[in-house]
Structure formats: C-alpha cells, structure tokens
Design a protein around this ligand. Structure first.
Ligand SMILES: Nc1ncnc2c1ncn2[C@@H]1O[C@H](COP(=O)(O)OP(=O)(O)OP(=O)(O)O)[C@@H](O)[C@H]1O
Length: 267
C-alpha cells in the first residue's frame, strides 16, 4: 500500500479513498444491505466476497451513488457522495451484461472512459488518445479497436469494459466480477495491469467469486452475508477460517457456517 496520498498534512494516516458507514439499502421493499461499514485506503486492494445474492453488486452500486441509501453515508476521497463531483478519479467496471450496445466501436467504448477528462466540444488531446491506446494494449485488444463491440466474444467485451475504466486513469477502480468469462491467460494479463496501477497508488475494490490470480494482489477480503459484513480481514486469514484444517492453528471464535461463503472459492 502507498501511504501519504489523500493526507493533506503529509503525515499520519492517509484518509480513505472510500468510506462507507452504516450503509443500508432496500430494493423492492426488501432490505438488501444492512448497516455495512467499509473503508478502502489509497493503494489498497479490497476483495468483496460472498455468496450469490449476498449484496455485493448492490453495495458497489450504492458506493457509487447508483442506488439510493435508506440509511448511512458514503464518502469518496473525503467528500460526501451527494457533493462528490470528481468522477474522473473513479473507474467502474459493472458486472458483465449479456447485452452489448449495438453499433458502438471498441475504440469509442474505451474512449468514453476519457470523457470526464475532456472539455465539451474540444477534440481528444494527444494525452486522451494515448490513454485509450494504452488501455486497449493493456487488455490485448489493440487489433480489435475498429470492430463493433457487439461482434466480440463475451470475454473480449468484458476486457473492453475493463479498458474503458483503465483509460480514465482513476485513483479508485471498482470492478464487479471483472474476470467472469475471461480466459486464464487474460486474467493474468489483467492481474499484471492492476498490479502496475496499484503500485502507482490506485485503490481497487473488486467483487470476486473465484479469487484466482487476482488473489495475489488482494490486501484484504470483506465477506458479505445477507447484506451484512460477516468477515473483514487479510485474505490469508479468511482462507484459514474457510479451511481450518489446512491453516494450522487458528482463532476462529465461532464455528464457521459452511454455507456463508457458498459460491466463493479462496485459493
Ligand atoms: N432492483 C432490484 N429489485 C429488487 N431486488 C433486487 C434488485 N437488485 C438486486 N436485488 C436483490 O438484492 C439481493 C442482492 O443482490 P446483488 O446483486 O447485490 O447480490 P450479489 O452478491 O452481487 O450476487 P451475485 O454473486 O449473484 O452477483 C438479491 O436477493 C437480489 O435479488
């Protein structure tokens, strides 16, 4: 983790890039998130884990102001969400959707990640074009830049969405199951790209089902269960709680319910 960023005084603990306090969300009249606390520090990589329907995507969307909170608060870079305007600092890769926008070219979709950097009616600057080119190269899709997004495979489309977020050169990158449908070789490419970003100080919040190769980057895992934080700690310690026999001595205060992490594999 890089320290110092976000710390106006230049000393002491840095301020979190993301801080959620007591976040609750209701959807369709039912509670989906119940009092979630979460902080992500500059340069930290936090994995959001939990079974299907535990509330991971809803939490990510709530943190970005995409669904309303019924209670609690979210600060981004120290600013309450309702006053936050610096969206160029935030990249978001939503959960993969089956529907690709028809007609959009790959380069346009990736280029849309630069919009927050650009002034209205001013053509893309060299810096914008270079950022798009770097992002396309990072996901190994330079040669598909002129293609319609819709003709790409599902995993390639997912890489385009990742490139769109990378092109923004964000200080906080939020990814919702970015490796779903992405082959192992390109998962490793993504891991290397994220490692570079993290080394440069970008914070990452990533929803994962299968920790896979990204696990090497993860500082901390937060496990949701029924809309609440069930566990929050270093990934290795969560693994030991999942597999106590393999982890040797461990200090789990309560018996582990084998069902709370259904669908999540920790390697
Ligand atoms: N728009 C909505 N209206 C009503 N209920 C919703 C809505 N969106 C999500 N939910 C419910 O909220 C709960 C949490 O959904 P969410 O998508 O956040 O889970 P998740 O942990 O991301 O699951 P998965 O691992 O399957 O992607 C689920 O029970 C879901 O049915």
């Amino acid at each position: 983790m890089l320290l110092g960023e976000g710390d106006p005084a230049g000393g002491g603990a840095p301020s979190p890039v993301l801080q959620a306090h007591d976040v609750s969300v209701e959807l369709g009249g039912l509670p989906v998130l119940r009092g979630v606390d979460l902080a992500v520090q500059p340069g930290e990589v936090v994995a959001l884990l939990g079974g299907n329907g535990s509330g991971k995507s809803t939490l990510v969307r709530a943190l970005l102001g995409l669904v309303p909170l019924s209670r609690g608060s979210v600060d981004l870079f120290g600013t309450p969400l309702r006053r936050f305007r610096s969206w160029r600092d935030v990249g978001y890769v939503p959960q993969r959707s089956a529907a690709a926008p028809g007609g959009a070219k790959v380069r346009e979709v990736v280029g849309s990640g630069r919009l927050a950097h650009r002034r209205p009616f001013v053509p893309a600057r060299a810096a914008d074009r270079a950022a798009v080119a770097r992002a396309l190269a990072a996901v190994d899709l330079t040669d598909r830049a002129r293609d319609d997004l819709a003709v790409l495979s599902g995993g390639q489309q997912q890489r385009v969405l990742i490139a769109r977020a990378l092109a923004a050169e964000p200080r906080l990158l939020v990814l919702d199951e970015p490796t779903a449908g992405v082959d192992l070789a390109h998962q490793e490419v993504l891991t290397a790209v994220l490692a570079d970003l993290v080394a440069a100080g970008t914070a990452v919040l990533v929803v994962l089902h299968d920790v896979g190769s990204l696990g090497a980057l993860v500082d901390r895992g937060v496990v949701l269960r029924e809309g609440r934080v069930a566990l929050d700690g270093p990934l290795a310690s969560l693994g030991a709680r999942l597999h106590p026999a393999a982890g040797g001595e461990h200090h789990e205060p309560e018996p582990v319910d084998p069902h709370w992490l259904d669908g999540t594999v920790i390697r």
